[in-house]
Design a protein around this ligand. Sequence first.
Ligand code: PBG
Length: 343
Amino acid sequence: TSPGTGHPAGTNMVDEITGHRRMRRNRKADWTRRLVQENRLTVDDLIWPIFLISGENRRESIDAMPGVERLTVDMAVEEAKRAADLGIPALATFPNISMDRRDETGSHSLASDNLINEATRAIKKAVPHIGIITDVALDPFTSHGHDGILKDGQILNDDTVSQIAQAAVIQADAGSDIIAPSDMMDGRIGAIRRALDEAGHQNVGIMSYATKFASAYYGPYREAIGTGGLLKGDKRTYYIDPANSDEAVREAALDVEEGADMLMVKPGQPYLDIIARLKDTFAMPTFAYQVSGEYSMIRAAAANGWIDGEKVMLESLLAFKRAGCDGILTYFAPEVATLLARR
Ligand code: PBG
């Protein structure tokens, strides 16, 4: 008989339509589903973005990101230990710089003892085997919240590039393993590569925020690092228009040529098509940043009982793997890693 029909084979209408091809055979049991599963999420896919504040022994909650905290460096070291124990390969650090250290040009980004570099040193010392990924964009350090130097209402490209290339060397001196520039200035990848090499940092990699879109999904992050209230205007003269896909491919092509080791797409879920195109086009290690807005939307809907938060979290991350990602920056990292370890 045909599967599940009770009819002799070939005598029922569905068999006539499908020609005996039935997709449900491979879905019939847990073991068949496991055998044919094409993509899997593992702890090796996770990069955990953490927020830093100065001081000691303090954690601050972030209203727009329930479950995420700003950490003093000593607390960040504790969390780095926990992450390493869970098997999370790397952390990405983002500082909330005190307002008196912010200025027009983001000059504190060049201080070798600033919060990012202090955290890198402390984490590397206590947990040498966890990867540290640092951002060189100026937004945590500028009084206007832009990623570059602002003059007469313009973000200066070339001046910004030379400053972030210097900041990259200082971050590498502190022990950063991968420089991840999120500023979207033209020519930054090549300039950072050259500066790192000249300083003897040939083994420090570059994960380019290759396609960073001018997105509304960054809102909660701006509360986390305290740029939300500062930002004048928007970032559309340097981030990519969410409407554009070919432009994203051309942007990524430049970063590959200039020496990027890894590409990132940001935000993540609304841009799965971009991830798939970049992976197909460049065959580079490709990452997604599941940004603050994506995180908070899942948390908020789950808190209201509108979705199953745990299931949606796992599905959202698996979708990145299916789209072609090698890894994902996600605020869910420790929670997912804990879940995966229990399976
Ligand atoms: C800026 C930067 C942003 C994020 C990280 N670095 C975007 C922005 O503020 O414009 C967003 C991360 C997130 O939303 O989780 N260089």
